[in-house]
Design a protein. Structure first.
Length: 132
């Protein structure tokens, strides 16, 4: 999950793309462009957890977002929002990162009665994060 605002010490990919885009007027992805990641807006994560306490029948859930995107597309989206150039490097320095990170949270979505259809787009949430 990502927060509704940028935190200075957050060094995850999305935050790095935004912070570097603002600081250097250029979004740079250092390899791994075809890697897939799953994103969830933090407040939506909290809503699912609280709703599962009230409506849930299970004792254990996977809580993940439904926004699945390749990192190169995420970099392009951030660059587009910021209005800056995007550089996607081909060679990946850190080879320890998994190519795909996906978690199924269908059970949580069902039992918490969380309405995915009422969620905004990933671009909307990123714009909110940048503007806060």
């Amino acid at each position: 999950a990502f927060p509704p605002k940028l935190f200075k010490d957050d060094n995850r990919v999305l935050s790095d793309l935004i912070k570097n885009g603002k600081k250097f007027n250029r979004v740079t992805l250092n390899g791994g462009g075809d890697f897939k990641r799953q994103y969830q807006y933090g407040p939506n994560c909290t809503i699912k957890i609280l709703s599962s306490i009230v409506n849930g029948k299970s004792t254990l859930y996977n809580n993940s977002g439904n926004h699945i995107i390749k990192l190169k597309d995420l970099a392009k989206m951030v660059g587009s929002i910021l209005g800056v150039k995007v550089v996607i490097k081909k060679k990946l320095k850190d080879k320890s990162a998994p190519k795909t990170v996906l978690i199924n949270s269908d059970l949580l979505n069902k039992e918490s009665k969380y309405f995915l259809s009422k969620q905004n787009s990933l671009k909307f949430y990123i714009e909110e994060m940048i503007n806060n």
